[in-house]
Design a protein around this ligand. Structure first.
Ligand SMILES: [Mg+2]
Length: 392
């Protein structure tokens, strides 16, 4: 019997997920107290959509990603403000510094959201509930902002939990409560279940999480491939993904080792396209734009080469990232086969910069608008739904 016991028993984990409440709108209300209690709607003239609506504005069914004109229709008395990303980043840094004082294991996932692995913090900070209260208190004291916190044995449960009692919520899901917590939850709360898969699941009679467990895993696998098995895990509350601490990014990139070493430009271009997509999306999600694009090549003999190009204007447009990387690749005198290729963006600048060439700026703006629209659709319907043609 003893042999079956693993040498180190996995300790139950405590993961905290924190999400700031109506972040951009709340910062505006802090910076200008006259806006407190009013329907504040922060949105970009550039994107033409709502970034964040204050809770007062949400009463009029104003939501993020809604076109500004629609928000104006629903809430004509709303106070419409432009996005001040630089300011929100400043406040975000302050919040993240508070979190990093709690644990070195902080993974920032967006400007107003982070995971913390609480392992080993008990002695310093007391139990998880106390830690959460302490964090809330400090954020309120130092930034006058509220946040919602979820604590659970893993990341996905903590994220669901933080969303349950917004604003200013604190939801704790102890290990022994996981099954109960998940049982009645609508399936669309699970990560990866968008409207499309929700519909497919409904077709099978699966509405709430416990319905998933009534199905043989094999059937779900046939229907949803790998994701079917992931669904079964999630329905059981299983998720081992670690909290990966990251320092504030000075560059953002993506790289891949190729299935086999190659000199085929088209293969490399295809890789760059998916990397440009990924990096572009992450930049846009974090409200960042970069001026310098770097191509990284590791050859079959393990020699490393990097080539960079700086643009006149910072960008987050996928097409510009891709075109620039391809230009660098084409200029590079490729002789030795490539085993790893990467694309990175650095030299971050503020969102709004005006180029001297209005034509160029219009083009960039248009591309970024399209990208934002694609991001939103993907967010709703899932990643596979739109695949860019490689003729981009
Ligand atoms: Mg938030």
């Amino acid at each position: 019997m003893r042999e079956n016991v693993p040498l180190t028993l996995p300790l139950s984990r405590a993961i905290l997920h924190i999400d700031m409440d109506a972040f951009f709108a709340a910062v505006e209300q802090v910076d200008n107290p006259a806006l407190k209690g009013k329907p504040v709607i922060v949105g970009g003239a550039k994107r033409g959509v709502v970034s964040t609506a204050s809770y007062e504005a949400r009463k009029y069914s104003v939501r993020s990603a809604m076109p500004i004109f629609e928000a104006k229709r629903r809430c004509p008395q709303g106070i419409f403000l432009p996005v001040r990303m630089k300011r929100y980043q400043e406040v975000s840094q302050k919040v993240m510094a508070i979190l990093e004082a709690v644990s070195p294991l902080v993974e920032q996932v967006s400007i107003d959201e982070a995971f913390i692995d609480l392992a080993g913090t008990e002695r310093l900070h007391g139990d998880a509930t106390q830690t959460a209260r302490k964090i809330k208190g400090r954020i309120y004291a130092e930034a006058c902002l509220t946040c919602s916190i979820g604590i659970a044995p893993n990341k996905f449960l903590a994220k669901i939990a933080s969303d349950l009692q917004k604003p200013d919520g604190l939801t704790i899901v102890p290990e022994e409560e996981v099954q109960n917590f998940l049982k009645e939850l609508p399936v669309n709360k699970l990560p990866g279940v968008g409207p499309k898969s929700e519909e497919a699941l409904r077709g099978l009679g699966i509405h709430i999480v416990s319905d998933i467990l009534r199905f043989p895993p094999g059937l779900l696998e046939r229907k949803f491939r790998k994701y079917g098995l992931r669904l079964v895990e999630l329905a059981q509350g299983i998720d081992d993904s670690p909290v990966i601490p990251c320092s504030p990014a000075k560059s953002m990139g993506s790289e891949d080792t190729l299935p086999e070493d190659t000199t085929a430009i088209n293969t490399l271009k295809k890789q760059l396209l998916s990397q440009a997509e990924e990096v572009g999306e992450r930049l846009r999600r974090d409200g960042l734009k970069g001026r310098t694009i770097t191509l990284k090549l590791k050859h079959s003999d393990f020699t490393l080469a990097t080539r960079s190009h700086s643009l006149k204007e910072a960008t987050c447009a996928t097409k510009i990232l891709y075109d620039t990387a391809v230009m660098l690749l084409e200029r590079y005198n490729l002789k030795t086969p490539v085993r790893l290729i990467g694309l990175a963006v650095s030299n971050f600048g503020g969102g709004q910069q005006y180029s001297l060439l209005p034509g160029v700026e219009k083009e960039t703006e248009k591309l970024e608008r399209v990208d934002h629209a694609i991001d939103r659709i993907r967010e709703k319907l899932g990643r596979q739904i739109i695949t860019r043609g490689s003729n981009l």
